[in-house]
Design a protein. Structure first.
Length: 217
């Protein structure tokens, strides 16, 4: 009985030490890795990955976020069915969205939502004890993972940031109820308000009338 008790105490002691080490490791990681403070104004060259049930879409493109000026631009190249360059311009103060397809067709609609800071949710995120990564064997980036679950919206958001610069995002992902997942992989990321020339409305949009927008981001 005393031997059994000794074994139990030894097991309990080992388990306590393991939990303590795990807690210390997470504490050390949290202490060493500052909370990201990523600029909500930026220009980026991205790979867009979206999954809806069995339908998956992969696109290359550029994103220009001007949160200060309440406007954004997304450039994408669609190659799934036919090659098509699409530009989506959003002006939140004016509540207008324009979709330009191949510089030949322009549609617009009224924006029904406000502009949300792209990385504002990180203030409530928690760092994870395991790393995140992006790339392949020949070109791999490993970073720190921050996660936030918004039970009210039924969404989970994650961002992978550089181990050497917490304000340099590697990828960001959101999983929600109206879609399975949407992920942006940053090939380049330049903080700061984008150039004003990125938000010039093409002349073909002056004759545009309201239509349902075909591409959603």
């Amino acid at each position: 009985s005393s031997m059994l008790g000794l074994c139990f105490l030894k097991f309990a002691s080992m388990r306590a030490v393991s939990l303590l080490l795990a807690s210390l490791a997470l504490f050390s990681l949290t202490f060493a890795q500052q909370r990201p403070n990523i600029d909500d104004n930026f220009s980026a060259d991205v790979t867009i990955l979206e999954s809806r049930e069995t339908h998956k879409v992969r696109m290359m493109g550029q994103i220009y976020e001007d949160f200060k000026g309440q406007r954004s631009r997304i450039d994408t190249d669609h190659t799934h069915e036919r090659p098509l360059h699409v530009v989506i311009l959003r002006f939140f103060n004016e509540r207008r969205e324009y979709e330009i397809q191949g510089e030949q067709r322009c549609q617009n609609k009224t924006l029904e939502h406000k502009m949300i800071p792209a990385f504002g949710w990180i203030a409530q995120a928690q760092i994870q004890s395991f790393p995140c990564q992006y790339g392949n064997i020949t070109h791999k980036r490993v970073g720190h993972l921050w996660l936030h679950k918004d039970d009210g919206k039924g969404e989970t958001r994650a961002v992978c940031v550089s181990q050497t610069n917490a304000n340099d995002p590697i990828w960001v992902e959101v999983n929600g109820t109206d879609f399975q997942s949407r992920r942006l992989e940053f090939n380049t990321f330049t903080p700061g308000v984008p150039e004003a020339s990125r938000f010039v409305i093409p002349s073909i949009c002056k004759k545009a009338v309201d239509y349902p927008i075909e591409f959603h981001f």
